[in-house]
Design a protein. Structure first.
Length: 155
């Protein structure tokens, strides 16, 4: 029963970060974002929700694998990095969509990317599968960095 509780909490934490970010996204997606000039590789709007939902589930399961690891390895640093990148994840939406600041969001994304990398490294010391589950996340954020930079330059 405890592992089910751990799994539910682990899956909810990233969804909470996504939910916080989405509060600042909803209005801008309807009025501000559609009028921006976007790069040729910009996916259709419906892709973003599906991708982020999947990534948040992968993040949550990665956290679960670290949390339930019984190897006795220290997990404090891994938890801190995970928490930091979750805060930065939500903050990006606030800056980009809430403040309408692609340039500020791009700068923040550099720190987000570094925090994700640090999380992957910290998770790998505890659970290799957990670290691998975060690889799609850093790849998507890398692609999102290109989109963010392009939107900033084009607008």
């Amino acid at each position: 029963m405890k592992k089910i509780y751990n799994l539910i909490i682990s899956l909810l934490i990233p969804q909470l970060a996504g939910g916080i970010g989405s509060v600042f996204t909803v209005g801008s997606v309807k009025d501000w974002y559609p009028v921006l000039v976007k790069p040729a590789l910009n996916p259709p709007s419906w892709v973003f929700g599906s991708v982020w939902t999947t990534l948040f589930l992968l993040m949550g399961y990665a956290l679960y694998l670290v949390w339930t690891d019984e190897s006795g390895k220290s997990k404090g640093r891994a938890y801190w990095f995970f928490g930091i990148q979750m805060v930065l994840n939500a903050l990006w939406s606030i800056i980009f969509f809430g403040l309408h600041s692609p340039g500020g969001a791009l700068l923040e994304m550099v720190f987000l990317w570094l925090a994700i990398l640090a999380t992957i490294i910290a998770f790998a010391k505890i659970s290799k599968p957990a670290a691998w589950l975060l690889v799609p996340y850093i790849l998507w954020v890398s692609f999102a960095g290109y989109l963010n930079w392009s939107i900033w330059m084009l607008n």
